[in-house]
Write a protein that binds this ligand. Structure first.
Ligand SMILES: Nc1ncnc2c1ncn2[C@@H]1O[C@H](COP(=O)(O)OP(=O)(O)OP(=O)(O)O)[C@@H](O)[C@H]1O
Length: 251
């Protein structure tokens, strides 16, 4: 479980997160939704210890990300940032191999090479393994960064808009893989999504943020109501039902 208590974060005097308190249950997929600028990325950065909050505490299965050594933190939680830094001379295989660093600390073994091969296979990157990441298309590069995060094999994966740049097939494949991973490997996934229908189709739980605050959190089906979505996004939505699934249409 990730427990967040009274988390506040400020940049240059402007409050970005306001006293956020919540629990993220282990297992399954939790979608983090909310309008642009709501503080979703900032919250993920604080959870993963990338940013230090002004006040409040975070515990990742008991681990304090602000006090723990970087290696322990990197074995507890993997973060895919929205715009990951690009080291363009790296090959795809080398980039994915970076995900193994917390496990081998510079001396990769057979288990690390296997994990990289599995990640390359899982994201249809085997044919691109030797290519420089600078030469990839936007979607291919996004998949390489997701594979790197995946190869880190942490109990928690925090993914900030991983569907960016993915075509419909790869977006669906990614959500299906994350769903299977959360079931078969008992990994806990927190994913920022702007596509509410991806959340409706795959998430177990949804947390909705607005203006630096949590405004709703519940099981996916319970949270997705026209009233809640209108309140979160300040725009009307229509909720339809298709083959037992909710489909959300912005009006
Ligand atoms: N370095 C910074 N300096 C000033 N303001 C910042 C900085 N980083 C973030 N902010 C502000 O903090 C607020 C929250 O940003 P954040 O990126 O966390 O939102 P978000 O919910 O992830 O948005 P989006 O959906 O657009 O990615 C925004 O108003 C943003 O402009």
């Amino acid at each position: 479980m990730i427990e967040i208590n009274g988390l506040s974060y400020r940049i240059d005097g402007t409050k970005i997160l306001h006293d956020v308190t919540m629990r993220l249950e282990s297992g399954g997929i939790t979608a983090l939704i909310g309008p642009n600028g709501a503080g979703k990325s900032t919250l993920l950065h604080c959870i993963s210890g990338l940013e230090t909050p002004e006040r409040g505490t975070v515990r990742i299965d008991g681990l304090d990300p602000f006090a723990a050594p970087a290696r322990d933190r990197a074995r507890a939680v993997a973060l895919l940032r929205q715009s990951p830094a690009l080291v363009s001379r790296l090959s795809v295989r080398e980039l994915v191999g970076f995900g193994r660093w917390p496990h081998h600390q510079g001396r990769p073994g057979a288990a690390d090479r296997d994990a990289v091969d599995r990640a390359l296979g899982a994201f249809a990157l085997a044919d691109l393994a030797g290519r420089s990441i600078a030469t990839l298309s936007g979607g291919q590069r996004q998949r390489a960064f997701i594979a790197m995060t995946w190869a880190q094999e942490t109990p928690w994966m925090l993914l900030d808009e991983p569907l960016n740049a993915l075509d419909p097939r790869h977006a669906r494949d990614l959500m299906a893989r994350l769903h299977a991973l959360s079931r078969d490997a008992a990994r806990s996934i927190v994913i920022v999504l702007h596509d509410i229908n991806a959340a409706a189709g795959w998430a177990d739980r949804i947390v909705a943020m607005k203006a630096g605050r949590i405004v709703a959190q519940d099981a996916c089906a319970a949270l997705l109501t026209e009233d809640t979505l209108r309140e979160v996004f300040d725009t009307p939505f229509e909720l339809l039902e298709h083959r037992g699934r909710k489909v959300v249409v912005a009006r």
